[in-house]
Unconditional design. Structure first.
Length: 377
């Protein structure tokens, strides 16, 4: 009994479906009336199907002329169907155009839901953000990246224009809010970068927002990789508790570089050349070729030198270690006691995944299958 009112209420809320329904009804009713009036008098009309074809052709203003009404009432009906059809199709076209324009405006204003997968999310914006984008797209032109910030629209458009050849999307809002992270499709992303946000004004509380976001991201998607940039070194313990994969601290190397400028001129300049954008040489991480698996680092040195590259470190991604992995397989009473004590204290032995870097390893170091090599190229 309540089905028809519910359907009518739904159609009123969805104008596009209402127009489609009216066009469908017009085709059926118009074809029925046209066949009823013209079937016996019109030699070109032989069935209801042909009448339906004539209605569709007429309301779309195509007008092939294969079927023409011959009776006065048929012509009156034809005029009514044509005018009504043109009006409905004009409304249909206007609504479709409006939908596309609305979607485009939402995308430009950062209000669109992201549907990407395995993408990188950049939370915040400051003078380092464009460098981050350049590095990511230089390493992988097919990378998908979503930036979340509150920059003015004209500045966002300039950024999108600068990276028009890459898959770069924009979400406007406070990245510390779960709703905004959900709009960026956080559960399908592979990594999140959190930097001090100049678009909302960098303050003494910027690190608090970074830390809160790190905890929120890990709570929503525990397996996602999170990388953060903080201003105050005193906030390092909180990032460690959030189990981020890695982080940097502002000006962490400035003292070292200034000291080396005095005591070892050339060292700071070398470091700058290795990491500065646009230089012909630089640091690059490469997967270990299958031919070097099981070989020593000394043999790898010779292999890479023949390619005009210099390996300086080996990298291995270490997986997290949980309490369950530490406890014995038979799960004794002692294991239960240990686990209960940790739970009561609100503690965990779990450590997040981390990167193990061995700089300048001995020549006899055996290279395993799952290691990568850092080279100067």
């Amino acid at each position: 009994m309540n089905v028809i009112p519910q359907v009518l209420s739904y159609l009123r809320r969805n104008l596009l479906l209402s127009i489609i329904a009216l066009i469908f009804i017009l085709c059926l009713v118009g074809a029925f009336l046209f066949s009823l009036i013209e079937l016996s008098a019109n030699p070109a009309l032989n069935s209801f199907g042909e009448a339906l074809w004539w209605v569709v052709v007429s309301i779309t203003t195509v007008g092939y002329g294969d079927i023409v009404p011959v009776t006065p009432f048929g012509r009156m009906l034809a005029a009514l169907i044509i005018f009504t059809g043109v009006a409905l199709f004009s409304m249909f076209t206007a609504i479709i155009s409006s939908i596309f324009v609305t979607q485009k405006l939402k995308e430009e204003r950062g209000l669109k839901q992201i549907i990407e997968k395995n993408h990188i999310i950049l939370c915040g914006w400051n003078h380092t953000a464009e460098q981050i984008l350049n590095i990511i797209f230089q390493r992988s032109r097919s990378a998908n990246l979503v930036m979340i910030n509150q920059l003015p629209e004209d500045q966002v458009q300039n950024i999108l224009l600068n990276f028009k050849d890459h898959s770069l999307h924009f979400i406007r809002g406070d990245f510390a809010q779960e709703e905004i992270l959900a709009r960026a499709s956080i559960t399908k992303a592979k990594a999140v970068i959190i930097i001090p946000d100049a678009s909302a004004g960098i303050t003494s509380r910027s690190d608090e927002k970074t830390i809160l976001t790190a905890f929120s991201v890990k709570a929503i998607h525990p397996k996602i990789k999170v990388y953060a940039h903080i201003v105050d070194r005193d906030n390092e313990p909180y990032l460690k508790k959030a189990q981020v994969e890695d982080y940097i601290v502002s000006d962490a190397l400035s003292g070292v570089l200034l000291g080396e400028m005095v005591m070892s001129p050339g060292v700071p300049q070398s470091i700058t050349q290795l990491i500065q954008k646009g230089k012909s040489s630089g640091l690059i991480r490469q997967a270990l070729p299958p031919s070097l698996v099981g070989k020593t680092f000394g043999e790898a040195l010779k292999f890479y030198r023949e390619r005009q590259e210099l390996p300086i470190a080996i990298v291995k991604e270490q997986k997290s270690l949980s309490l369950n992995q530490i406890l014995s397989e038979d799960y004794s009473d002692l294991d239960k006691f240990i686990e209960k004590k940790f739970q009561n204290a609100g503690k965990s032995l779990k450590r997040g995944d981390y990167i193990d870097v061995q700089l300048n390893p001995p020549d006899d170091t055996v290279l395993e299958k799952d290691v990568s090599v850092i080279c100067i190229k």
